[in-house]
Design a protein around this ligand. Structure first.
Ligand SMILES: [Zn+2]
Length: 111
């Protein structure tokens, strides 16, 4: 099963950000308009301050994945169950501790 693809970045400038949970890469504007396709419980499209909390401009390398469930690279990066899209190879900052707790609560509430 191939899930609906995530938005792909419309530019590759400094406004690019990566989701700290799933590592999806999009522009700030895309996160603001549509949130993260893999992490809808962050509700970034409703709470724009949260975009800054749960995404980061500090990441290294981008991989684009068409069919994560069949890609060994996607499985290796542990994004095999996420939507097709552009992902970063490595985020250089962890999800803030407080957001990890919030994220778990949000996740449990929606699943
Ligand atoms: Zn995400």
């Amino acid at each position: 099963m191939v899930s609906a693809p995530a938005q792909i970045p419309t530019s590759f400038g400094h406004e690019l950000r990566a989701c700290l949970r799933c590592r999806l890469v999009k522009t700030y504007d895309q996160f603001r308009d549509a949130g993260c396709e893999n992490c809808p419980f962050f509700k970034m499209e409703e709470d724009h301050e949260r975009i800054v909390e749960v995404t980061t401009p500090n990441f290294n390398g981008i991989i684009s994945v068409m069919d994560p469930s069949r890609s060994w690279a996607a499985r290796w990066l542990r994004i095999g169950k996420f939507a097709p899209g552009c992902y970063t190879l490595a985020v250089s900052e962890p999800l803030p501790e407080e957001m990890q707790v919030n994220h778990l609560k949000l996740y449990l509430a929606t699943n």
